[in-house]
Ligand binder design. Structure first.
Ligand code: SF4
Length: 352
């Protein structure tokens, strides 16, 4: 039953021939870039970004030689900025540890920052013909439905069954085409909410289709309870520049932006907590200009309420801080962008 997937998909892939700029390319750098951008992002959004990146940074050397800020600017709007930071860091490792050549050995590929099992399999199968099955959310969905695999495919027995099926279905003569076909099918036909079973190449023999309720698979993981949290964002200005630090707490760690201080409840001791956080980052004696409009923000299971506090600071800027013009916060994560927007609004309303 599993082997039928191989031939049906190969026929469909040859006929469907999706027009994507990275399709048919064997350059591991270009494939890597497309795979990283496609994580959590629609194909239609990625196309423009991928073209601009390849134009500006056609190989690992040019990407490694660029400054991180410049690379982040080109990435702005694509979201999940840690992907971009890892990409840049990995490009540097390719230059220093692999003489600028993308490694062929899957073990070496897996060691690059931001590259896990899935991306390793995608790059190595497409660029080098390695017989490695890609298993992403699309592939999990297709296999769970076609074979009627019960349970959460991300763990336990169901995960094991999906991996076994993916390996058994892999076309070892054309692993890259096979993997791309599986992912394309999940993205374009066997979609999460409205699978187009009547035009699906796997329609005959699919357990989920025969059941009449294809969306019963894959079975969702138990929902994590949402948690309400309250945070103060300390936006420190020096003239028209905002001071930013790399976050090291439980929220947005590794991302630059204004310091964030967790509150015990809605607005509770916001000034005191923000002041304490600022001291930790080396800022003492900043003048509080006012409170920006409170806003909401959601990150995975957390529903946040953010209380932006805006300060003016005339002292020496700590070494770990960098400054950006307040109107240039576009490359920061969404939560920080919102804090800066609230600060700007306050400053425009109350010019000092
Ligand atoms: S027949 Fe329907 S449920 Fe089965 S794999 Fe195709 S689209 Fe998915």
């Amino acid at each position: 039953m599993v082997r039928q997937i191989t031939t049906k998909l190969a026929d469909w892939y040859r006929r469907s021939n999706q027009q994507l700029p990275w399709r048919g390319i064997r350059d591991p750098y270009a494939i890597w870039l497309s795979e990283v951008m496609l994580q959590q992002t629609r194909v239609s959004t990625v196309i423009g970004y991928w073209n601009r990146f390849i134009d500006k940074y056609p190989d690992a050397q040019s990407l490694a030689a660029a400054g991180l800020d410049e690379v982040l600017e080109l990435w702005a709007g694509l979201g999940y900025y840690s992907r971009c930071r890892n990409l840049h860091q990995a490009a540097k490792m390719i230059v220093t540890d692999h003489d600028g050549q993308f490694p062929r050995d899957p073990e070496q590929v897996r060691k690059l920052p931001g590259i896990g099992e899935y991306t390793t399999a995608a790059i190595c199968s497409i660029a080098f013909g390695e017989p490695l099955a890609v298993i992403d959310g699309n592939v999990q969905r297709v296999l769970c439905r076609y074979l009627g695999i019960d349970g959460d495919p991300r763990r336990g027995d169901a995960k094991h069954s999906v991996h076994e099926a993916a390996d058994a279905a892999l076309d070892c003569d054309h692993p890259g085409d096979h993997n791309q076909a599986m992912m394309d099918l999940g993205r374009s036909i066997c979609t999460p909410r409205s699978p187009a079973c009547q035009i699906c190449p796997l329609g005959n023999g699919c357990v989920a289709r025969a059941s009449g309720e294809p969306t019963r698979w894959p079975q969702p993981r138990p929902k994590r309870a949402t948690e309400e949290q309250w945070w103060a964002a300390a936006v420190v200005m020096q003239g028209q520049q905002v001071l930013t630090w790399e976050g090291d707490g439980e929220l947005l760690a590794g991302h630059r932006g204004p310091p964030l201080a967790r509150l015990a409840g809605p607005g509770i001791h916001a000034e005191k907590m923000a002041d304490r956080e600022l001291r930790r980052f080396g800022i003492e004696g900043a003048t509080l200009l006012g409170h920006g409009d409170r806003f909401r923000h959601a990150i995975t299971h957390r529903r946040l309420q953010i209380y932006p506090l805006v300060y003016q600071f005339t002292g020496e800027i700590p070494e770990a801080a960098t400054t950006i013009p307040i109107e240039e916060g576009g490359r920061l994560p969404a939560l920080h962008r919102k804090s800066l927007a609230a600060a700007r609004k306050l400053l425009l309303e109350e010019p000092r």
